[in-house]
Design a protein around this ligand. Structure first.
Ligand code: NGS
Length: 309
């Protein structure tokens, strides 16, 4: 009896809630700009242009150190945005649309001081189209969040098998030489964020950011999935000895990373012998391009690291 009563109360409450929402929705239709809820959450039904409102940012005539701190929640955040791919897009157009981005793909909000310093590390080889569209979305996405940020492309030299995790290790080490980043985002080149409430800042624990992807039906493919986009503070990263260097080719490295910071690490000892402490590589070039810092690196092969110089 008690169970049935509780269930009826719950159903009554749910019904009331739904009713209120329906009434609110119909009233909202006639209100310019949508319902208050839609405004608060971003426009969920009509995602807007990711560049909307960014033209409103102006640099006040004062010294950088006199700027106020950015608010805890950026007023530019608006929820989901439209992800469609403008045909014939050029890098020059992406540059034009991001006038505040400085050489090396660096940005600071011009009108406030941000306390977040996020580096985005993107492993790369022969994915120029993906990269162009990622930059087209990522720059305004990060600006909407009022972050200090820098974008690093870690380009694997040569034709040997790709090694995503080792490139991420290189990215970490090289980016930390530039600035005292407080957060690192490890980012696949072929993933585009769709909602600016997915904050590219670090938390108390390592964070998995690509928890809902279109190709997986906006669900995790499996519970411990840590691939795609993940975030760690430099302290968290060093504590787990970075990422493994020994996963050549597709797959597995993200699962290894996932295991490094949960209790299963007890059953696996390899993380101490393979990571930041054993990484060998040689930077062949570092260029500060308009939209990103390009680091070309020789990471050797499965047979080891034999630098040419
Ligand atoms: C697992 C792979 C992961 C990979 C995930 C999703 O099986 O590295 O599939 O792949 N693990 C191993 O190979 C051990 S995806 O559908 O994105 O190609 O991230």
């Amino acid at each position: 009896m008690l169970f049935v009563c509780v269930q009826m109360v719950v159903m009554a409450l749910m019904y009331r809630e739904g009713y209120r929402k329906r009434v609110g929705y119909f009233l909202g239709i006639f209100r310019k700009g949508g319902t208050p809820a839609a405004i608060a959450q971003g426009n969920l039904t009509h995602p807007g242009d990711v560049y909307a409102n960014l033209s409103l940012i102006v640099k006040p005539a004062m010294r950088e150190e006199d700027l106020p701190f950015c608010p805890e929640k950026s007023p530019l955040i608006n929820g989901p945005f439209r992800v469609t791919f403008p045909p014939m897009l050029t890098m020059a157009e992406v540059e034009q649309k991001n006038p505040f981005v400085r050489a090396g793909g660096r940005y600071k909000p011009p009108d406030c001081q941000s306390t977040h310093r996020t580096a985005i590390i993107i492993p790369h080889r022969n994915r120029e189209q993906h990269l162009k569209y990622l930059l087209y979305f990522l720059h305004p996405f990060l600006q909407r969040q009022q972050l200090n940020y820098g974008i690093y492309i870690i380009h694997q030299a040569g034709n040997y098998t790709f090694n995503r995790a080792k490139l991420l290790n290189v990215g970490f080490k090289e980016a930390m030489k530039d600035e005292d980043w407080s957060c690192m985002f490890y980012h696949d080149v072929d993933l585009i964020p769709e909602d600016d409430r997915n904050l590219y800042t670090c938390d108390k624990y390592p964070k998995h950011a690509s928890i809902a992807m279109d190709k997986f039906g906006y669900k995790l493919p499996y519970k411990t999935y840590f691939g795609g986009v993940s975030a760690l503070t430099p302290e968290q990263y060093m504590k787990m000895n970075g990422f493994p260097n020994n996963y050549w080719g597709w797959g597995g490295e993200d699962d290894d990373i996932a295991i490094r910071f949960n209790m299963l690490a007890k059953t696996r000892r390899t993380w101490k012998q393979d990571g930041m402490n054993t990484m060998e590589y040689e930077v062949l070039s570092k260029e500060f391009r308009p939209l990103y810092t390009n680091i070309t690196v020789d990471i050797g092969s499965e047979k080891g690291f034999h630098p040419k110089t």
